[in-house]
Ligand binder design. Structure first.
Ligand code: SF4
Length: 415
């Protein structure tokens, strides 16, 4: 494992300047462990700091609309479930629940507040143009009525367990404490708890359960999923079962898990609760995975796993191995296909077109831009993320690619 104060620099090869690679996480989660396993390079670059680019941590993320929608639904559910449980409601359909919802302003108002919070996080992101931001704002605002229905659908399937006594307020982490360390926690002996963090300190794994409901018989763990059903959801719930059993601060009485539920927009899927023997196997498996992930992330140059995942990788613009062997040549891309291209800008061709010499093939490529103000730097080597192959029937042999307002242009400074 890397020393905590060891600084490892990553040469991005572009005008963003170097990245300061992150240290090995003090705690892993289901998703961070999976991400490191899929591609250690992506894990490290996404979490590195880029002081020449911006002051925030990590590489600025491009907005992912499905993920943002999921966060809005999760955030709204957390607010509503917390309010209902605090008021002693056992269901969102009772008369007292209606009063609570009215006091919150209704489903749409809560969704709007969580959406506003999500959108605020995009402020200052150097990768989002004004055009793109406007498109995102509009798309998510138009989606709000659907969000309201989804939130209602999840809530209507929930049975709430009011806390037998007022739940202690979690103590926040001290000011200045590393954000990756969990806040001080407390035993959970009854009631429904939204967004509850569970920690298996000896495994160095933690997880945030969407809805944890505890009674004298044990704990029901529900994870809300706003996307399509996937086998990984079952694995995540099984890991949460292990965290509940091994988190002696949250579960000092070693209450068992009574149910694991993946809640999808239109149905609940019950996942079998792991047996003692299965939990022991899972514990050993997680221990081994954490050891391997530590080593992969601590490497001075975390390994790049080039594959299908590169197409949606947020940091592919910085990944040399992707540009060496992960991008296709324009000539091999089908009409209408989206891809990334690297080359040198030779000249302006027209008000909305430029000529680029493709780096790998040396072929000239006509690059069309969405508007005249979208310029390319003549004489510079660039990486363009998101171009669309265009085959003109009148010039079938010409290599043409088109940008849109989401396309990104990065200037290469080395290599
Ligand atoms: S582009 Fe591919 S290889 Fe490079 S960091 Fe992203 S996922 Fe990994």
């Amino acid at each position: 494992m890397a020393e905590l104060n060891e600084t490892r620099l990553y040469d991005t090869g572009i005008s963003h300047g170097p990245g300061v690679l992150p240290t090995v996480p003090a705690m892993w989660s289901y998703s961070s462990l999976k991400e490191a396993e899929i591609c250690p390079r992506r894990f490290a670059l996404a979490r590195a700091d880029y002081p020449d680019l911006w002051a925030q941590h990590g590489y600025p993320r491009l907005p992912n609309l499905p993920a943002m929608k999921g966060d809005v639904v999760h955030g709204a559910l957390q607010i509503i479930v917390t309010a209902l449980v605090t008021a002693g409601c056992v269901s969102p359909r009772t008369a007292d629940a209606v009063t609570v919802l009215r006091d919150l302003g209704g489903y749409t108002a809560v969704a709007q507040r969580t959406l506003d919070e999500q959108l605020r996080r995009l402020d200052g992101n150097p990768r989002i143009s004004a055009d793109r931001r406007e498109q995102i704002d509009r798309a998510l605002s138009d989606w709000l009525p659907e969000a309201r229905e989804q939130i209602q659908s999840y809530l209507n399937r929930m049975t709430l367990h009011p806390h037998p006594a007022p739940a202690p307020t979690p103590t926040p982490a001290p000011v200045g404490a590393p954000t990756r360390l969990p806040a001080k926690r407390y035993p959970i002996r009854g009631g429904t708890h939204p967004e509850r963090e569970l920690v298996a300190a000896h495994l160095r794994v933690r997880g945030r359960v969407d809805v944890l409901s505890v009674d004298a018989d044990g704990a029901e763990i529900m994870d809300t999923k706003t996307g399509a059903e996937a086998p990984t959801h079952r694995d995540q719930l099984r890991l949460y079962a292990l965290l509940w059993m091994d988190d002696r601060e949250s579960n000092p009485d070693a209450l068992p898990v009574t149910a694991l539920v993946a809640a999808y927009p239109d149905r609940d899927v019950v996942v079998p609760v792991p047996t003692e023997a299965e939990l022991a196997d899972l514990r050993a498996e997680v221990t081994a995975r954490v050891g391997r992930a530590d080593a992969m992330v601590a490497a001075n140059r975390p390994a790049a796993v080039v594959g299908e995942q590169c197409g949606t990788c947020d940091v592919r613009g910085l990944c040399d191995e992707y540009w060496e062997r992960g991008t296709p040549n324009t000539v091999d891309v089908v009409n209408g296909g989206w891809y990334d291209v690297e080359g040198t800008v030779l000249r302006e061709h027209g008000v909305k077109s430029w000529v680029l010499r493709e780096g790998r093939t040396g072929s000239n490529l006509l690059v069309r831009t969405p508007r005249p103000s979208f310029t390319l730097p003549v004489g510079e080597q660039v990486r363009i993320l998101g171009v669309r192959r265009t085959i003109d029937p009148d010039e079938a042999d010409a290599l043409i690619a088109s940008l849109n307002s989401s396309s990104e242009i990065l200037s290469v400074v080395s290599g």
